[in-house]
Ligand binder design. Structure first.
Ligand SMILES: [Zn+2]
Length: 299
């Protein structure tokens, strides 16, 4: 959990999603008040609280906990954090806030798809303040530090990214892909049932226009400077290669198994995030999500 300082105002913290290093990162952004961008799983939320205490950051200065979307590995930590911080408001798209209040269906679906790799979201108590945001919403942290919310549907319908305007730090969540921390591969976050190919692609193109100085992935890490356009290019190119591979495999043999095998054969080595034990399952699930989004009736 060593924080990496991206700038005077922004720290990246490895919260060890799935109990594994370099899988899930969150940001602490400080102005007059502090915002925590993303929370990881429920267990990561407890680690975030421990980090605040270790670093003697006043708990009553944390004003916002912002989540990018409704998945448990992004918003699951919001409940343990919010119930321990006196002045906090939980921020997200209305569907993400709705899921936090009533996570039953999402938890069920995640368990069906990810088995033992799924971790339940605990319901957010109704008395915790929440704020629903959408594309263009702003959050002022004081001292010139301000967050803009960017609507980035595609991975899910409720996905938003957060852009800090002074430092030009863009937290993409799952909207640009999965960044390999070693080889800097960028794989599509094409998990079913919510992935939509065209929306996902246009969200990447939209994020690129913000011309960030720091580009931060939930899974995992930060890219800076001239590497950023390379990573955006790679995200789009890999997405197109996946589409081509899925379509070709389906043409040869129209079965989900054939498509999953084709993706696994061609791209398994490039999946560098998530615990090694989870990767074979996750890449198959990502292949299935991509196929469903391209051929909704036949898949
Ligand atoms: Zn997600």
């Amino acid at each position: 959990m060593q924080p990496q300082s991206l700038s005077k105002q922004v720290d990246l913290i490895d919260v060890q999603g799935w109990d594994f290093h370099h899988t899930t990162g969150v940001l602490f952004i400080r102005g007059q008040d502090t915002a925590i961008i993303e929370t990881g799983h429920h267990k990561c939320g407890e680690q975030i609280l421990a980090t605040l205490q270790e670093r003697a950051l006043p708990l009553d200065k944390v004003r916002y906990v912002c989540v990018t979307h409704r998945h448990g590995d992004h918003c699951g930590g919001a409940t343990p954090i919010a119930t321990s911080l006196p002045e906090v408001t939980v921020v997200g798209h209305k569907y993400a806030i709705g899921t936090l209040h009533d996570p039953h269906r999402l938890n069920e679906g995640a368990r069906q798809i990810f088995g033992s790799f799924a971790q339940d979201i605990q319901p957010l108590p109704p008395d915790i303040p929440t704020q629903e945001v959408q594309d263009g919403s702003r959050l002022d942290l004081g001292r010139g530090v301000e967050l803009e919310v960017i609507g980035t549907p595609g991975h899910t319908s409720d996905h938003v990214a957060y852009f800090e305007l002074e430092t030009r730090t863009l937290y993409t969540g799952d909207a640009t892909g999965l960044l390999g921390p070693e080889r800097f591969s960028v794989m599509p976050t094409s998990f079913p049932p919510s992935f939509k190919f065209d929306l996902y692609k246009s969200s990447i193109e939209k994020l690129r226009t913000y011309d960030p100085a720091f580009l931060v992935f939930s899974h995992f890490g930060a890219v800076t400077g001239s590497d950023i356009p390379v990573i955006f290019d790679r995200a789009l190119a890999t997405l197109d290669s996946w589409k081509e591979t899925v379509e070709q495999a389906w043409q040869n043999q129209p079965s989900q198994t054939a498509v999953k095998e084709a993706i696994q054969q061609r791209f398994a080595d490039e999946l560098e995030v998530f615990p090694p034990a989870a990767r074979p399952l996750f890449i198959k699930v990502m292949a299935q999500g991509l196929l469903q989004s391209l051929q909704p009736k036949s898949a």
